[in-house]
Design a protein around this ligand. Structure first.
Ligand code: IPM
Ligand code: MG
Length: 388
């Protein structure tokens, strides 16, 4: 039996996680998977319920679980709290306590969405990039940190960018191993012209590269990398970088694909235990309206099946289900373009489930009449039917 801890979190988190859960339930049913789902609080929801962003109970369940599915954390309601107890600390606490040092953020452009990108279609068509972000070190966690008062009464804020060789080496190995299964190119992003810490980063990457002679390593300064991502993003295969640079570059890469609402992520420890989450945030501005795009979270479930449960075939089914609904022209508002059909969060989730089930049943050699009707009902009911 495999345990999945579900942490809906804040803002649109609960809405999108609900759709992803439907997908898990569907696969459980169709493929008799022995998965058990449990739910707990994290982030602002946990602050409201228990006073802190990462309750002991949640952390305990996360340790016990085989993997974690997370929605999003944060929102204006908790912004005035001290930084040490903000919702984001719940997420950061999970990452560090579970040792989830390797954050994989694929930026894949679905060709159906090429026109939804703010960049020209020819710049992004065919984009398939993997950002490997170090997730438990660097300036996010470095000590000392804080805000202190100087002798003259002025305040001074400070953080520490810090990496040891072993931390750089292990994230480097993850990147090289992923590259071996792709186009065999790793671009390491640093600021070695200014920051000693990333000078060491570059040195260690060079050393690690020797163990992967089939992979080509290149280096790029982070400012140039940001520029290249919007200028010619298809030049990249795998990018490996520090915690903060990865945070920034992955948002940028996400937008290339049309919407940040499409991108999943996996955060893995050394044994492939993982936490899976969409890379977008809690989007408080659209929370509760039923219009958030659930696809990034659904695709995060696909990553979970691939990386934590070694079920690439089921992961493919989810990805194909997403492709099918895009082909059918279904779009949440964030990826909507003229000529497609605008649907809400729930409709999108139902449509992916229906697409997965249709494929499965077709393979089994026949659709059951009654079941098929059930699906069509689920898909027809409540859809806004807005066609432009
Ligand atoms: C992300 C987010 C988080 C981060 C926040 C919510 C703490 O931006 O996962 O990219 O900075 O890592
Ligand atoms: Mg971010």
């Amino acid at each position: 039996m495999k345990k999945i801890l579900v942490l809906p979190g804040d803002g649109i988190g609960p809405e999108i996680v609900q759709e992803a859960t439907k997908v898990i339930e569907c696969l459980k049913r169709e493929f008799e998977l022995d998965f058990e789902l449990e739910e707990a609080h994290v982030g602002g929801a946990a602050i409201d319920a228990t006073g802190g962003p990462l309750p002991d109970e949640t952390l305990k369940l996360a340790h016990e679980a085989d993997s974690v599915l997370l929605g999003a954390v944060g929102g204006p309601k908790w912004e005035s709290l001290d930084i040490a107890i903000r919702p984001e600390k719940g997420l950061l606490g999970l990452r560090s306590n579970l040792n989830l040092f390797a954050n994989l953020r694929p930026a894949l452009l679905y060709e159906q969405l090429a026109s939804a990108s703010t960049l020209k279609a020819e710049v992004v068509a065919g984009l398939d990039l993997m950002i490997v972000r170090e997730l438990t070190g660097g300036i996010y966690f470095g000590q000392p940190r804080g805000i202190r008062e100087l002798e003259n009464g002025e305040k001074q804020g400070f953080n520490t960018l810090i990496y040891r060789e072993s931390e750089i080496e292990r994230i480097g190995r993850v990147a090289f191993e992923i590259a071996q299964k792709r186009d065999k190119r790793v671009c390491s992003v640093d600021k070695a012209n200014v920051l000693e810490c990333t000078e060491l980063w570059r040195e260690v990457m060079e050393r690690v590269a020797k163990d992967y002679p089939d992979v080509t390593l290149s280096h790029m300064y982070v400012d140039n990398a940001a520029m290249q991502l919007v200028r010619a993003p298809k030049q990249f295969d795998v990018m490996v970088t520090t915690n903060m640079f990865g945070d920034i570059l992955s948002d940028c890469a996400a937008m290339l694909t049309g919407s940040i609402g499409m991108l999943p992520s996996a955060s893995l420890d050394a044994n492939s235990k993982g936490m899976y989450e969409p890379i977008h945030g809690s989007a408080p501005d659209i929370a509760g309206q039923g219009i958030a795009n659930p696809l990034a979270t659904i695709l995060s479930v696909a990553m979970m099946l691939r990386y934590s449960f070694n079920k690439p075939e089921l992961a493919r089914r989810i990805e194909q289900g997403v492709e099918t609904v895009l082909n059918e022209g279904l779009r949440t508002p964030d990826i909507y373009t003229q000529g497609t059909r605008k649907v809400g969060t729930e409709e999108m989730g139902d449509a992916v489930v229906a697409a997965i089930m249709r494929t499965t049943w077709a393979e089994l050699g026949g659709l059951h009449e009654g079941d098929l009707q059930g699906i069509e009902c689920a898909r027809g009911g409540g859809i806004s039917n807005e066609i432009d």
